[in-house]
Design a protein around this ligand. Structure first.
Ligand code: FAD
Length: 81
């Protein structure tokens, strides 16, 4: 693209620090430990941990995980009632 006729009026940017989680080596193992803790604390029928920090950072991943979590919680509610 030829840009000779372009006049730059303003340039601005925002550097958003730490906005997308970067998983560390051993992330799967960390997730397992968290799940075990939640289970041992008998919170698994009340608490759901989901979002970009856990199993995928994309919007699609987050929606999919939320969908699975809601299904699981609904099943738990059905079983308990
Ligand atoms: C600049 C940028 C561009 C991106 N582009 C893409 C893209 O093109 N495609 C793609 O798939 N993904 C993209 N991503 C990644 C994706 O958007 C995020 O990973 C995803 O939206 C995270 O979803 P989340 O539900 O985990 O968190 P969020 O969407 O951040 O939701 C967390 C919510 O919790 C609220 N909250 C936080 N603390 C509290 C509190 N204490 N009490 C109550 N509420 C609270 C926040 O206000 C927010 O509404 C992008 C991310 C960034 C930052």
């Amino acid at each position: 693209m030829h840009a000779d006729n372009v006049t730059v009026v303003a340039v601005d940017y925002v550097d958003v620090q730490n906005c997308i989680p970067q998983y560390r080596v051993g992330h799967e193992s960390t997730l397992r430990q968290i799940a075990e803790y939640v289970e041992l604390s008998q919170l698994s029928d009340k608490l759901t941990l989901t979002g970009a920090s856990y199993r995928g950072v994309s919007v699609n991943d987050c929606i999919y995980q939320a969908h699975l979590d809601v299904q699981r919680l609904a099943q738990t509610l059905d079983t308990n009632n």
